[in-house]
Write a protein that binds this ligand. Structure first.
Ligand SMILES: Nc1ncnc2c1ncn2[C@@H]1O[C@H](COP(=O)(O)OP(=O)(O)O)[C@@H](O)[C@H]1O
Ligand SMILES: [Mg+2]
Length: 437
């Protein structure tokens, strides 16, 4: 175990080296205020930067299987990332990953462990007791977490509270599909009840699929239920996508924030690639708060809604972890990663009275892909006509916007992200356009 810790890849700037030496001299061993898992995710970079620029020593971890796919990890290149650790993958067996993490926590001192991916979250939940002997997890308590990670249960609770929820039917096998389609109609969305499932061979992240024909629906249900996990067949809603982010603890809301996504990747939704901070809409602001209180979901949560064609909001899901879009909140003045840290560490939590409305953030790689997909998915429900999409993609450069990864005080991650994006776009665009020919 020691060997693998010592051999791992690391990136340190001279400034970080100096700070680290001071920390080591003072404590006898390295102590991090936070260890940020899932380093490849955008929200992990945002977290490292938020905490790091406050002078807090922080380090990041990514699993080897993701590093293999592309060796570029923007978070590892941040001037504030004191150390970059590469842990064994957990998709096939969680044991080596958990061993590595426990050893790392024993060898260093870590106050708070922050995770943002559905997969890592699933692993941490399974080993919560052992971990909590060593570190504070920036996660809600288990009953609330279990509720939030099950979309069916979340929607049932929301319905009881009077929130709008999409008309939907739960399906366990493809034999139940025909009856469900008669009830819901087409187009529809096939949505996994849980985003992460442990199959017989390995764990995997499942994503929603838009279906327009019975054949497409059958294929999607076959694929998503192959590990025995149920799915929801939901009515398709075509309106605005809005999300409310909250920091809730001790019966109080410390921060509230809202954003809408003009474009998402994939076009159905998932990751918002062009988004804007907005004033808290009264309807979903109150609904999100009521739901989070009822769930007793402490810490950070992002409550996602989508409106129908006449503007009525419907609940999509509740994410009980930092979401990829969180930087738009941080730039608007709501530093959720820091608030999350304060809450997890048992510190006094700063109350955020308000934020700047109207700021745009753009994730250029995702935006390029989504624009390309308007050509390959032309004519499907909710997909902007390609010519309009291309025009908007270009003219949106005229609107002042922040760009994911770009921070003038911390430039190295953006170069790493560009190299990574070129690699990935070459593969993805090649795949998308080969479908056309
Ligand atoms: N019933 C639906 N109608 C229209 N869009 C939907 C529907 N369900 C999901 N979506 C879109 O897909 C995105 C992803 O769905 P979500 O439930 O949030 O699952 P995930 O866990 O993949 O984020 C949503 O943000 C939304 O934009
Ligand atoms: Mg979502």
């Amino acid at each position: 175990m020691k060997d693998s810790l010592e051999e791992d890849l690391y990136v340190r700037s001279p400034l970080v080296e100096q700070q680290l030496t001071k920390v080591q001299q003072a404590k006898g061993k390295v102590t991090y205020d936070a260890l940020v898992l899932d380093a490849k995710l955008r929200q992990s970079l945002v977290t490292i930067r938020s905490l790091g620029r406050r002078g807090m020593p922080v380090a990041a971890v990514e699993i080897a299987s993701l590093i293999k796919q592309s060796s570029h990890v923007p978070t590892f290149a941040s001037r504030w990332c004191h150390h970059a650790y590469i842990a064994p993958a957990y998709e096939e067996s969680t044991h080596p990953f958990v061993e590595y993490l426990l050893q790392l926590l024993d060898d260093t001192g870590v106050r708070v462990l922050i995770t943002s991916s559905d997969g890592t979250l699933a692993v941490l939940r399974e080993h919560r007791q052992e971990l909590e002997k060593r570190v504070r997890l920036a996660l809600a308590q288990e009953p609330a977490l279990a509720l939030a990670l099950n979309k069916d249960q979340t929607l049932q609770m929301a319905e009881q509270l009077g929130l709008g929820v999409p008309r939907g039917v739960m399906i366990k096998t493809v034999s139940e599909l025909a009856a469900a389609l008669r009830e819901i109609g087409l187009p529809a969305v096939i949505k996994p009840v849980a985003s992460w499932v442990w199959g017989e061979q390995h764990g995997q992240r499942l994503v929603c699929q838009l279906v327009t024909t019975a054949d497409e629906a059958r294929l999607a249900v076959e694929q998503l239920t192959q590990d025995g996990a149920p799915v929801l067949l939901q009515q398709f809603l075509s309106g605005k996508r809005e999300a409310v982010s909250l920091l809730y603890a001790h019966g109080q809301m410390y921060a509230r924030f809202a954003q809408w996504a003009k474009r998402t990747q994939p076009p159905l939704g998932g990751s918002s690639v062009y988004r804007q901070s907005i004033a808290l809409p009264e309807d979903i602001g109150q609904q999100a708060e009521r739901l989070v209180r009822e769930m007793a979901l402490e810490g950070y949560s992002e409550v996602e809604f989508r409106r129908d064609s006449v503007g009525k909001p419907y609940l999509m899901e509740v994410n009980p972890r930092l979401s990829a879009s969180v930087e738009v909140a941080v730039r608007a003045g709501v530093d959720f990663p820091y608030l999350l840290y304060q809450w997890a560490n048992g510190d006094r939590i700063e109350r955020v009275p308000g934020y700047q409305v109207g700021g745009w953030m753009r994730y250029l790689e995702g935006d390029l892909l989504t624009t390309a997909q308007t050509f390959t998915q032309r004519g499907r429900p909710g997909v902007t006509p390609p010519a309009q999409a291309l025009l908007e993609f270009c003219t949106d450069f005229l609107t002042p916007s922040g760009y994911d990864y770009l921070d003038w005080q911390d430039l190295r991650p953006v170069w790493v992200a560009v190299a990574e994006s070129i690699d990935r776009l070459r593969q993805r665009l090649g795949k998308d356009f080969s479908k056309l020919s």
